[in-house]
Design a protein around this ligand. Structure first.
Ligand code: CP
Ligand code: NVA
Length: 333
């Protein structure tokens, strides 16, 4: 069986602290620069020879493409498995899938419905398991989003991030992050579309910033540094789409809402976007939108995460060198 001395999963942010997240961001910057320098520098292949099984039980464009390209660029090999064809918990029990894939592969990336299934996968796998979205959370997305703000120099402890829309998996991951990194997170959602109560409670308990839930989008947008949104109907909720369209109509990011935010505010959306619903084309394509940057950053951040999970020695080496270089720089100045 393939085993990793200290198997690390990435199902959410619970095993990370602020320092570890910033470390991951710094490594993501390095990974991104390496790619931009190609072909002038040697290809960086720290997971050469490793294979990653990817299970997708829901549709995907960004997650699937960015993981597959990322794994390839790092020297590894990705296998794409349709959830339906392997029959997670129908054709085969999740614990058997976990043990079997652990014999062949070095990691599992999974997009599943119930969060409990990815927890079971991680429990029974002897290799790292990465959450590529469940009904409960989407941590890879929020890692890339926060990194995007970090690399643009916009991240600071007073930053006000306002999520306008559904208290869904993406909102839950923002709230989870707010329990770890100090910042001001506001969710503006309709009253019956609240985020996960346990994630909210735990973030509020741990947070060194603040997490606010309000139901008036205009009030929420006031002085925002970031306006963020996601679809009103998530994958798996299609039968409720019509009702949701009605309920969420006032929760659209448009020029009027953007007008309430700071003049320097940026607009984010995890995509796929429904233009004319949760966001207007004018805002999505406008000068304040950093939506394509955050989508691109999925690639760089996930590559960094994979190196952390699959070649921790290399990851540590990078940070040690980085620290030594900083000390040398300080001594020189
Ligand atoms: N944002 C995101 O996860 O996109 P996909 O659903 O296309 O992977
Ligand atoms: N909340 C959305 C996110 C898509 C990336 C969904 O789950 O469909």
């Amino acid at each position: 069986m393939k085993t990793h001395a200290s198997k690390r999963d990435f199902l959410g942010f619970s095993h990370l602290d602020a320092g570890k997240i910033i470390e991951l961001f710094d490594f993501s910057l390095f990974i991104k620069k390496q790619r931009q320098k190609a072909p002038a520098v040697e290809p960086y292949k720290p997971i050469a020879g490793k294979t990653v099984a990817m299970i997708f039980s829901k549709p995907s464009l960004r997650t699937r493409v960015s993981f597959e390209i990322g794994i390839h660029e790092l020297g590894g090999y990705a296998i794409n498995l349709e959830g339906k064809s392997i029959g997670v918990n129908s054709r085969e029990a999740v614990e058997d899938i976990a043990q079997l894939l652990s014999r062949y592969n070095d990691a599992i990336v999974a997009r599943l419905h119930e969060h409990s299934v990815i927890e079971a996968l991680a429990k029974h796998a002897s290799i790292p398991v990465v959450n590529a979205l469940t009904d409960l959370s989407h941590p890879c997305q929020i890692l890339a989003d926060a990194f995007t703000l970090y690399e643009k120099g916009l991240w600071h402890s007073n930053i006000k991030v306002v999520f306008v829309g559904d208290g869904n998996n993406v909102a839950n991951s923002w709230i989870e992050l707010a329990g770890i990194l100090p910042f001001h997170f506001v969710l503006a959602c309709p009253e019956r579309y609240m985020p996960d109560a346990r994630i909210l409670e735990s973030a509020r308990k741990n947070s060194s910033g603040s997490v606010e839930i309000i139901h008036d989008p205009m009030k929420a947008a006031r002085d925002a540094d970031v306006l963020y949104t996601d679809v009103w109907t998530s994958m798996g909720q299609e039968d409720k789409a019509e009702k949701r369209l009605d309920t969420f109509r006032a929760f659209q990011i448009n020029s009027a809402l953007l007008g309430a935010a700071k003049p320097s505010a940026v607009v984010m959306h995890c995509m796929p976007a429904h233009r004319g619903q949760e966001i207007t084309s004018e805002v999505m394509d406008g000068p304040r939108s950093i939506i394509m940057d955050e989508a691109e950053n999925r690639l760089h951040v996930q590559k960094a995460l994979l190196v952390k999970l699959l070649n921790h020695e290399e990851y540590r080496k990078f940070h040690l060198t980085h620290r030594l270089q900083n000390v040398a720089r300080k001594l020189k100045s």
